[in-house]
Structures are given as C-alpha cells and as structure tokens.
Design a protein around this ligand. Structure first.
Ligand SMILES: NC(=O)CC[C@H](N)C(=O)O
Length: 306
C-alpha cells in the first residue's frame, strides 16, 4: 500500500492543471494550490500516507458526514422529515429546488440540507454546546484530541455567507426551523471550518468502512445498517451535481469539501482521505478525484465490482 500511495503522490505532483482554489470564502483562497496529500486507513488501524499528510486543511462539507451521523443518533428516522435522500443534480448552494419542494432540501449534503441538519441537532442547546459535541465526536472518531475549528475560516464564511443565509431564511419561512436562523448558521459555518489532515480524516472515516465499528477504540459508532445507509448517501449525493461522474470514475462513496478534501469509503477495505485545494468547476478537488480514480484502478476497490 505504501508503494501505491507514493506512486499516486508522485503522479499528482507532475500534473500541471491542479484546478482552482475556492475564492468565495476568502480565507480558503489563501491556500497554496500545489499541495497534495493522501492517507489510506485500513480496518487493522494501520494508515499509509504520502504527500503533505500532516498539513491541516478546512474539511468544509466533509463535516456534513459527521453531523448527519450525529443527527441520526439523536433523531433516528425523524431526520428524514427534515431532509430527503435523493441526489439533487444541482450545485451545492442552489436555491431553486427548495421552492418547488416547500423548503425541504433534497439530501443532507447540499448546503440547505446540512443547514437543516444543524437546526435539527441544536435541539434547544446553545450553538457552542453543539459545536463542542460535534468536535468531540470528530476527535473521538479520529482518535486525536488536537482537532479544532479554524476560527479565521469560520469568520470568513460568516462574513461572506449571504447565499447560505438566504437558504436558511428561505427554509425558515416555511416554519421549518426550531432555532433562530443566526444560531443555526453559526453552527453550520463553524462545523464546516473544522481543520484536519488526511491522516485524521481517513481515521475518522474508518467506522464507515468497518460496518459502523471503530476498530481503533473498539467501540461501535453506528449499526452496520446505518453505516451502509450513510455510505449510500455519500455515493449518491456526496459530490453534488458531480456525484454521477465521481461514481463513474472512482466507484466509491465519497464526500467532498470546497477546501479540497475528499473522504472516500471502500466498504470492508479502507477509509481514504485525499486533499488538494484546487477544484473543478463543480467545486470538487481536481487532483483528489484523479488520485482516487488511480487508487481504485490500482487496488480494484469499487462498490461496483473489480
Ligand atoms: N461544498 C462545500 O464544501 C461548501 C461548504 C461551505 N462551507 C459553504 O457553505 O459554502
């Protein structure tokens, strides 16, 4: 495995088109687009990495996998009263579907869906308490107490978050929110601003590759049935309107973030984190996708067959 990840990192280093760094969140535009990292965590707890695997990056929408998992734990099937489970076929921050579908987002991974999930998990608590709980959950999954929120990124998102505020207020106008919109948005912006490296992220995803069981701590995080369902949502919706292309090229459940990270799950085999900040036109990591495509070609990992 070490040889495979080393080969992938050296092939990615030679690519000239590394995509474009997200600029609508100004703090993300400051990141050097030449960076690349990959970590592959196996169910026996071993992790194989190449590139700048200990460099922290903004996990952005990958955090939506963790908040969905928490929401399912707190609300069970009632989560599906708040969000659907269908691919949107629209950009992550699109507002059009929301009007047709009376304020209920298509899935928990588009921005509107994740904002609705943030509202669902606050349950009358202070946003600070919920953020502490989200962070504690991610630290537990990654087995790393050092994971934190990048306050500069959170502030940058808040200052430029008009689109997300529009989505939130629009949903609230249907009477769907249980908490003040500002509290919900603050929670959402902050969980998107969690900073992690690929080693931590690949480790945090292991429960999804291991039937809901965290092989490092020995604890069950979710039932195997729930892990299967989270994986299916990642496959169908994890890359927004690029989900079909990602399934076609990579063949694994995956969740991307505009920070350039992708968490991909090969059920029963591995949890993989890649990071390269340059994005394609849809907002998914350009080299990250290419690296995962190469990895699945080399390993034969795919949920669709060898
Ligand atoms: N695709 C993403 O990673 C988007 C998340 C980002 N925080 C936003 O709200 O726009």
């Amino acid at each position: 495995m070490q040889k495979i990840v080393d080969e992938i990192a050296s092939q990615m280093a030679s690519k000239t088109d590394k995509g474009i760094v997200a600029s609508y969140i100004p703090q993300l535009a400051c990141v050097d687009p030449k960076q690349f990292a990959i970590s592959v965590a196996l169910p026996d707890g071993s992790v194989y990495s190449a590139g700048c695997a200990s460099t922290l990056f903004s996990i952005q929408s990958i955090s939506k996998v963790f908040t969905l998992t928490l929401a399912l734990g707190k609300l069970g099937e009632r989560v599906w009263n708040r969000v659907g489970r269908e691919p949107s076929g629209d950009p992550f921050n699109s507002i059009v579907q929301l009007e047709h579908e009376h304020g209920k987002p298509r899935n928990p991974f588009v921005n509107a869906g994740a904002i609705a999930i943030a509202d669902a998990i606050i349950q009358g608590h202070q946003p600070k308490e919920i953020l502490a709980e989200i962070l504690q959950f991610v630290r537990y999954l990654a087995d790393d107490e050092s994971i934190a929120i990048d306050e500069k990124v959170a502030r940058s998102e808040e200052l430029t978050g008009d689109r997300n505020a529009s989505l939130a207020h629009f949903m609230a106008s249907f009477g769907l929110f249980q908490n003040p919109v500002d509290a919900v948005l603050g929670t959402y912006f902050h969980h998107c601003s969690i900073a992690m490296n690929t080693i931590q992220l690949a480790t945090a995803g292991l429960f999804l590759a291991n039937n809901g069981h965290n092989p490092i701590t020995g604890y069950r995080v979710v039932s195997s049935d729930r892990a299967k369902r989270i994986n299916s949502l990642m496959l169908m919706c994890g890359h927004y309107d690029g989900s079909g292309e990602f399934a076609f090229r990579v063949g694994l459940p995956g969740k991307s973030g505009v920070g350039g990270g992708i968490l991909a799950i090969a059920p029963g085999k591995a949890s993989i984190a890649v990071w390269s900040p340059g994005l394609d036109t849809i907002g998914n990591s350009k080299l990250g996708t290419q690296a995962l495509e190469l990895l699945t070609q080399k390993t034969g990992w795919s949920v669709f067959g060898q």
